[in-house]
Design a protein around this ligand. Sequence first.
Ligand SMILES: [Ca+2]
Length: 382
Amino acid sequence: MNRLFKQAVSMTLAFVMVLGITFTGMPAYAEDSNGDAGLLQLQSLEPVTLLAGNSTWKYLDHGTDQGTVWRSVYDDSTWASGQAPLGYKDNGTGVSSKQFGALNTNISYGSNKSMKYRTSYFRTNVTVNKEEITKSDKIMGNFAFDDGAVLYLNGKEIYREAMPAGEITFQTKSSTNLSDPNEYTKVDLTEVVKANLKDGNNELSAEVHQSSDGSSDLYWDMNLIAYPVVETVEPGIGKPESIALTFNGNPQTSMGFNWYAPEKVTGTKLEVVEASKVVNGQFPVDAQTYEGTSVTTSVYMTKADKSAKKPVVLTSHKVIADKLQPGTEYAYRAGDGQADNWSDIGTFTTESSSNQAFKFLYTTDSQGTTEGDFDIWNHTLQ
Ligand SMILES: [Ca+2]
């Protein structure tokens, strides 16, 4: 982790204003102007919906045996089309599920209530960027159906529920008899979907079987959602990293701080004391304490992480030290208030109260990747 943070500090420090102020301590974080180095903000950690509930499906409700060819690449242009949930209730009162709601499309069970079609067929298409999906952490399906179902992706079976083992034919009965659709949530289909998914268009096919000839209802709807990989930092490591000091208000009397910490570290505390009071590396107990705020954020620590879509969830902390004395060297440490979580002690000097000329120092990327590189960088700036 620490190594990654150090790498993350290799970035452009576009302008350094020299106002009689010096910083020491941990290297400062600054965002690269073109955003391709350093801590890369993740645009979205939201799950990717591969197939939404209430999607449009092709369906075949003729009560004819379709064998197996319909499960893979197949010309379903003669099939009817309708929005899910699809199904029926033979007394016309309707049927619904918690996840997907009431029927949107009524399909046929034939002309005889006591001899309904055993099997109904459904097909739809899922278009994906395979590279994006294969890097997903989890691919979950959520289902509601009545009575039993088998699901195929590009002709390969990926899910079966409430159906007997072995070969499934048009005549196979569901192994359950339901009065309401069963809901199956967060069914982990990660491995089977990844193994059978193609880049671009994919055929998703389902057959829904009744448990008996007189079963009063039938229902089918589902969704398929890919969840991105989210890595959390190792537990027990709670110290701030990448502490940045920035001008905030009057540089004679105030200094802004921000840093990153592991996801579970939400407290934001900063202690500041005149540097002369730090003896033998011991931070005195009578330091001024400042409280700040934190938000959760997701970042890519390296370009490789960005390519692999492996963000790290961190907390981003902000706090302002104010009511400082001009022209004074201060020592500081940052943390969440817990004894084990304080940063190393750093120092800064506020601007003198007397008017001074200032100058700009223009630099470009330090290209540093190791702690030794940043020691050199630090000395260069001083
Ligand atoms: Ca039924």
